[in-house]
Ligand binder design. Structure first.
Ligand code: 13P
Length: 239
């Protein structure tokens, strides 16, 4: 587990992460990089957009800001304590606030995936929630996927809106920005991110034809309960 970097150590000007990364932690860091590359390969993200975090000890491991995923190394992944502190010289994602606030607010959540998928973002630009056009919406926890209001990236406002839009849900859209998917594991959150983009694409397609008929809330609840223990299996329960 990563040690917390104390304020006094930071004040003394530590410029590098000065602890040995264990094999298990290194694997977790590499899994984050693999998931980032996966986001782009799966077509739900592009370039250096997006970021990923995974709960780790008394904090989280989060991607560095603005590093192309093909160049990213395990050492560049940042350990951030739950109070937001991190080793000087490290460069956490500009979106570290909402990652930290989601993990603080939701003890059952272990991974946060943020991406800019095209169709989810088109709906978000239009300020649309995704309604129950397909039963798979139940995988996101309820009968809609909410769109959080716009706020500038990296701000406490954006974090506040995201945490609220995620209440009782595992995914939300971000107005004029993108999408967040969360889960008990990194595999699960990445899987859900792809499902959300698929739902967004389906809803977008329906809107080209007209106003789509919707499934009712009772049916979505029935599906949600039926989905418990069904479907996606994780490679590792704690990643
Ligand atoms: P970072 O490179 O700082 O993680 O920012 C990417 C992004 O998508 C901001 O919303």
């Amino acid at each position: 587990m990563s040690p917390k970097i104390s304020a006094s150590k930071r004040a003394r000007g530590a410029t590098k992460l000065r602890y040995a990364i264990s094999g298990a932690e290194n694997e977790k860091r590499q899994a984050i990089i693999d998931a980032c590359r996966g986001m782009n390969a799966l077509g739900i993200n592009q370039g250096t957009s997006g970021n990923i975090s995974v709960r780790h000890g008394e904090g989280m491991l989060i991607t560095p800001t603005s590093v192309p995923y093909d160049w990213m190394t395990p050492e560049q992944i940042v350990f951030m304590a739950m109070d937001g502190s991190f080793a000087e010289g490290q460069r956490p994602s500009s979106e570290w606030r909402f990652h930290l606030d989601i993990l603080r607010a939701r003890p059952e959540i272990h991974a946060v995936v943020h991406a800019h998928p095209t169709y989810a973002t088109i709906l978000a630009i239009m300020g649309l929630d995704i309604p129950p056009v397909h039963y798979m919406i139940a995988a996101a926890g309820g009968d809609n996927i909410r769109c959080a209001p716009y706020a500038t990236f990296g701000t406490p406002e954006l974090s506040e809106y995201a945490v609220k839009a995620l209440e009782g849900r595992f995914a939300c859209l971000l107005d004029h920005h993108g999408m967040i998917a969360i889960g008990p594991s990194l595999d699960r959150a990445l899987w859900l991110a792809v499902e959300v983009e698929t739902l967004a694409r389906q809803y977008h397609g329906c809107l080209q034809i007209g106003k789509p008929p919707l499934l009712d809330s009772d049916e979505i609840e029935r599906v949600r309960q039926k989905m418990v223990g069904y479907g996606h299996t994780d490679r590792n329960s704690d990643q």
